[in-house]
Design a protein around this ligand. Structure first.
Ligand code: SAH
Length: 213
């Protein structure tokens, strides 16, 4: 697991690109500056690691585009020690960003292969999420609720009700909603039964899969 000056230089470029697309939060930019994204990808794709693009990882999934990771993270409005639930651990890159921001991260992944790989890998880089869970993100994580923020990193055909009910009052759910193309959606819980919704344009994600059984 090598991280060289060349990688660091490429990350500086990536930070500039992400900032030029409108990301201003210094803590998020610093996380991108620090996290060795190339180590989250299969070795064949090393050259692509610091382009602002999504790329394939194991199990037919993708590591999200850095700009998208930054944009979703910005919408969460994180404070240190926030309790965050992530749906779709995948490569663990977004999880690492949340760890860098000092949050308590819980993350759910439904592909066993990725769950195992990422559970092994993150601690090697020094990232220690509170809990990584092998399971179905549609159900959320009721035993650890409520959360300050919930971030869904796969395209959801609809907003799962359990996620809404697991938000704190004032908590924020960031979720791309739609079939082929997804609308980035922010839902803020204003009261026990009151939710406010804002939309932020189109993105493309791999689908949030529903369990058939
Ligand atoms: N956050 C990841 C993005 C991975 S892509 C990263 O930074 O790399 C989305 C991930 O969501 C995939 O790993 C996919 O397996 C997972 N996923 C899809 N449906 C899911 C579900 N119902 N519950 C939990 N994870 C799911």
């Amino acid at each position: 697991m090598k991280d060289t000056f060349k990688h660091k230089g490429l990350r500086e470029q990536l930070v500039k690109t992400v900032a030029s697309k409108g990301i201003t939060d210094e803590n998020i930019l610093n996380a991108i500056r620090k996290i060795p994204r190339h180590l989250f990808m299969d070795s064949g794709f090393l050259d692509h690691a610091y382009q602002d693009k999504a790329f394939p990882i194991a199990a037919d999934q993708t590591i999200s585009q850095p700009y998208t990771v930054a944009f979703q993270t910005e919408l969460l409005n994180i404070e240190k020690e926030s309790k965050i639930l992530e749906i779709g651990t995948g490569s663990g890159y977004q999880t690492a960003v949340l760890c860098e921001l000092g949050t308590k991260v819980y993350s759910i992944e439904r592909q066993q292969e990725l769950f195992k790989k990422t559970s092994n890998f993150l601690p090697k880089l020094g990232y220690r999420p509170k809990k990584l869970i092998f399971g179905d993100g549609y159900k959320g994580l009721p035993e650890e609720a409520p959360f300050d923020g919930i971030i869904v990193t796969a395209g959801a055909p609809f907003v799962p009700n359990p996620l809404l009910s697991q938000l704190k009052i004032g908590g924020r759910l960031v979720i791309p909603v739609g079939a082929d193309v997804q609308t980035m959606t922010l839902i803020i819980r204003k009261g026990p039964k009151e939710f406010e919704k804002q939309e932020f344009g189109d993105f493309r994600f791999v689908p949030l899969l529903e369990d058939k059984n």
